[in-house]
Design a protein around this ligand. Sequence first.
Ligand code: ATP
Ligand code: MG
Length: 268
Amino acid sequence: MAVLELRGIRREYRLGGKQGGGVTVRALKGIDFSARAGEFIAVMGPSGSGKSTLMNILGCLDKPSGGTYWLDGIETSKSDGDAFARIRNKKIGFVFQSFNLLARTTALENVELPLFYDRGNRRESGRKKMNRKERAAEVLREVGLGDRLYHFPSQLSGGQQQRVAIARAMVNDPAFILADEPTGNLDTEMTLEIMSLFQDLNRRGKTIVMVTHEPELAAYTRRIITLRDGELVSDQAAGEKQPARDAREDLVQWKRDHALLSGEREGE
Ligand SMILES: Nc1ncnc2c1ncn2[C@@H]1O[C@H](COP(=O)(O)OP(=O)(O)OP(=O)(O)O)[C@@H](O)[C@H]1O
Ligand SMILES: [Mg+2]
């Protein structure tokens, strides 16, 4: 079964008032798209092509003007208010460019947070017995931060903060992870670390959708969809034209080059 299924998704913004003059912006013009469990998808496209609009709909932060969106078998357009928010909290793990961690809260507590909203889900009855803290610690270990549980965000590197955010996104075991320019605030080394973490998680079965402007980052995913003027203009599996790159290998290579460079500098 598809995790995500979009049929004829449209989003129009009606600009009212004196300034708007009744103009309608057609941000999405009928998007058909589906994703299976275990995919790693990049959403690309030039500025204004509709990426954020599509992300907001995929993330159940906004509703389409028309069309149907099934998420994990649920027709999201039929839910409103609390039910819509519940789908969002249970089914989607968000990762943003700005990590959005609570500053005066440890890594462990940041990751625990979504579990406080996680009640009454039958699928999770086994896990509910597990202590919240244990679950949060388990996910932090999964992202390689088992030795940073009690650090505050300010005591972590940018890449580590983003890993806490990724752990927080995964703690509820969502249907998919929705990442919006997740490495936009990170340097090359941290970017490669985060991309190799995403690749690891994906190899272990996590479904990931990532918006990015950068083709180099899209090359780490396994499928690239491209928007233009509100339409899906290309949907390309990795390997058709350019094979997906391995972020871990690139990280090793980058470190080698970097050590070489700084070695040269020291030798001058
Ligand atoms: N709230 C809004 N009201 C009116 N028009 C909007 C609104 N949000 C987006 N748009 C318009 O919809 C179109 C798609 O915008 P969107 O933000 O989805 O693009 P994007 O691909 O995310 O661009 P960028 O790469 O610059 O972030 C644009 O033409 C934009 O001007
Ligand atoms: Mg955008």
